[in-house]
Design a protein around this ligand. Structure first.
Ligand SMILES: Nc1ncnc2c1ncn2[C@@H]1O[C@H](COP(=O)(O)OP(=O)(O)OP(=O)(O)O)[C@@H](O)[C@H]1O
Ligand SMILES: [Mg+2]
Length: 372
């Protein structure tokens, strides 16, 4: 028997006027998965979520939920809970009435509503605010209530549109832990929209990276971070040093590269990761700040081996960021950022210090580029 999925998108396309906002969107979500849509502002995340929810109709393509074709089926018959991008509680209703709203619409009995509202408030750890009004809650509490309201009907699908984006950094972290716990406890299939890569990495079984309405990559957080399908994915997730350069040769498993400009160039090697490169081809070379080892100069000579590449540099600036130190290092004509765990740094890093940087070729990402 063919595998059934909770949600299936086949060739979904949506245009507003001449603007193609979502195109050729294919996705299959298994029961119980937590999937994130991740991408920059305007890339089509909310539009796609609204099509899944039934607030918008796709121009092309098919949408299936729990094995049923959903094109044209109104939102209230899709059995889903949704938390919107902006606060969406009814201001004139108490918390209990807000949370119980979906059950009331379904004409549930009063006693049942009361019990299930209490359970939902318990689930989001706010059992004591039932009689308050939304304006008597903090921003984080309001979003917890919006989540309780979405979960109270025990939907088969939970859609969350940037539910944490209006909160401060500390609260965001707390609530994302909460969401992870809720997902584990309820097991509800969830689509979580965000433009915050850390949130997506933290919460998701798989991430869909979008750019300009197109799917760039679908993969686990590990795959998205370590095996990016494109330069866009690599640069959107996490920080990375970009060097310009060109291919000087191909040797065995490795591409040999020359980075830098003028006379201040250095060589390095990278794994091609399945891409074809030709000698002389301009490329963009990326190296993550946490993948670079930094040592005081003299401990290692500049060298290139299959195992490790090392180059000489000079520290320009240091920034202490609590758990790590960020060093700006001049390497020839290039500048590279290096992250050194604060607990492990060589005793005294100082601006102006001569250092040696080294890394493993496997940590270098190379993409076809224009050279600049
Ligand atoms: N009703 C509409 N009419 C015309 N254009 C629209 C409409 N809704 C969205 N758009 C456009 O579609 C594109 C995608 O919008 P969408 O709201 O899906 O982006 P998003 O990825 O959710 O962005 P954000 O992170 O800012 O919320 C944008 O260019 C937006 O201006
Ligand atoms: Mg949006």
């Amino acid at each position: 028997m063919a595998k059934t999925f909770d949600v299936e998108l086949h060739g979904i396309r949506k245009t507003f006027g001449s603007n193609v906002v979502v195109d050729r969107f294919d996705l299959q979500i298994e029961r119980g998965e937590c999937i994130s849509f991740l991408g920059p502002s305007g890339c089509g995340k909310t539009t796609t979520l609204n099509m899944i929810a039934g607030f918008l109709d796709p121009d092309q393509g098919e949408l299936w939920i729990k094995g049923k074709r959903m094109n044209g089926v109104p939102a209230n018959r899709r059995d889903l809970g949704m938390v919107f991008q902006t606060y969406s509680l009814f201001p004139h209703m108490s918390v209990a009435d807000n949370v119980g709203y979906g059950l009331k619409l379904r004409k549930a009995a009063k006693e049942e509503i009361k019990t299930r509202v209490a359970q939902a408030l318990e689930l989001v750890k706010l059992p004591h605010v039932a009689d308050r009004y939304p304006k008597q809650l903090s921003g984080g509490q309001r979003q917890r209530i919006a989540i309780a309201r979405a979960l109270v009907t025990e939907p088969s699908l939970l859609l969350l549109d940037e539910p944490l984006s209006n909160l401060d950094a500390k609260l965001r972290e707390e609530l994302r832990e909460e969401l992870k716990r809720l997902h584990k406890e309820t097991g509800v299939t969830t689509i979580f929209v965000t433009h915050d890569q850390e949130e997506a990495l933290y919460l998701s079984d798989r991430i869909v990276v979008l750019d300009h309405g197109k799917v760039e990559q679908i993969g686990t957080p590990y795959e998205i971070y370590n095996e990016p399908a494109s330069e866009f994915v690599h640069t959107f997730i996490g920080k990375s040093n970009r060097l310009t350069g060109h291919v000087t040769g191909l040797r065995g498993e490795h591409v040999e590269l020359l980075a830098g400009q003028g006379e201040q160039v250095f060589t390095l090697t990278a794994s091609p990761r399945g891409r074809a490169f030709a000698s002389g081809q301009p490329v963009s070379i990326y190296l993550r700040p946490e993948k670079i080892y930094l040592e005081p100069a003299g401990q290692a000579e500049a060298s290139v081996t299959q195992e490790r590449v090392s180059v000489a540099g000079q520290i320009r600036q240091l920034a202490f960021l609590g758990s790590f130190i960020e060093c700006e290092v001049a390497v020839g004509s290039e500048t590279m950022m290096v992250r050194v765990p604060a607990g492990l740094q060589p005793q005294s890093l100082t601006a102006g210090q001569q250092v040696s940087l080294s890394w493993h070729p496997a940590d270098v990402f190379v993409f076809p580029g224009k050279g600049q």
